[in-house]
Design a protein around this ligand. Structure first.
Ligand SMILES: C[S@@+](CC[C@H](N)C(=O)[O-])C[C@H]1O[C@@H](n2cnc3c(N)ncnc32)[C@H](O)[C@@H]1O
Length: 261
């Protein structure tokens, strides 16, 4: 069994299965449609300079390319996720950047019209770090540009916070059967809420050789779209609003940079 990466969210194991978990849920195409709706509100639409700041496997950027966008860039803190990037159209435009280094990355690039962190990625940071991340995103935007993040819907129950999707806490849930290097794995996950932290254990059981079982734990922080909007306003975004899209399970927060001149 591989060592767990716990707090570091390195996606060392999950990266190798990520596409097989995401594709059946239409995750990439739906996310690209959400970004497309928001790009359509910008004056330069598909001409907009776009940065996916948690681009992972690069599949959302690929969908945006297919929808006509060309000024596409990506960065991510996990080298393992970036190794999964297959699409040649963006391969030279993705960089290994941890959010703590986003400022430096953005200083060496022209301003972006849209910078997004989607797919419940921001939840890997806690609220104390998110202020800095949103501040970096803001610093890298053009006048009138937009930063977009998404937030899981948490529900308040009598025993505390609950996953808004209604899934049971601390129970294994079968996700998908996946293939890796000629072996078949049964993929399951188990989420455990501990105060404002959710730990999700992903387990990949090799049906033929149980000793080949892999697992990895990822940590997600609990916060609301309202808290992100308040944070955005506090650090100077002109508009901070929550949007809901039929095709997307998370609340989407759009933060607009003031337009100067
Ligand atoms: C759930 S995946 C989503 C990937 C992609 N946005 C998607 O929806 O398919 C979360 C991504 O956030 C990245 N990530 C998590 N913490 C990060 C950090 N501190 N700095 C940069 N990237 C980070 C992970 O490496 C991973 O690729």
């Amino acid at each position: 069994m591989e060592a767990r990466n716990g707090e570091q969210n390195m996606y060392r194991v999950l990266s190798r299965f990520y596409r097989q978990l995401a594709e059946p849920r239409n995750h990439f195409a739906s996310q690209a449609r959400v970004v497309g709706h928001l790009l359509a509100e910008l004056p330069n639409g598909t001409e907009a300079r776009v940065l996916d700041a948690a681009c992972g496997t690069g599949d959302v950027l690929k969908c945006l390319w297919e929808a006509g966008s060309r000024s596409l860039y990506g960065c991510d803190g996990s080298e393992d996720m970036l190794q999964q990037v297959q699409f040649d159209g963006i391969r030279g435009r993705v960089s290994h950047v941890e959010w703590g280094q986003l400022d430096r990355y953005l200083r060496t690039h022209d301003p972006f019209d849209c910078i997004y962190i989607l797919g419940n990625s921001l939840a890997h940071a806690d609220l104390t770090k998110i202020e800095g991340i949103l501040g970096s995103m803001q610093g890298g935007l053009s006048d009138g540009g937009v930063a977009i993040v998404d937030v899981r819907r948490w529900a308040l129950a009598s025993g505390g916070v609950r996953d808004g999707s209604g899934r049971a806490d601390s129970e294994w849930r079968f996700l998908v059967e996946a293939e890796l290097d000629g072996r078949r794995y049964q993929v399951s996950d188990k989420a455990c809420l501990e105060g404002s932290v959710q730990r999700v254990m992903y387990r990949f059981v090799d049906a033929v050789e149980p000793q080949g079982t892999l697992q990895e734990e990822l940590v997600y922080h609990v916060f609301s779209a309202k808290e992100i909007c308040e944070l955005g306003r506090r650090i100077g975004f002109a508009v901070a609003e929550t949007k809901v899209f039929e095709e997307w399970p998370y609340d989407v927060v759009a933060l607009k940079q003031p337009r100067n001149g």
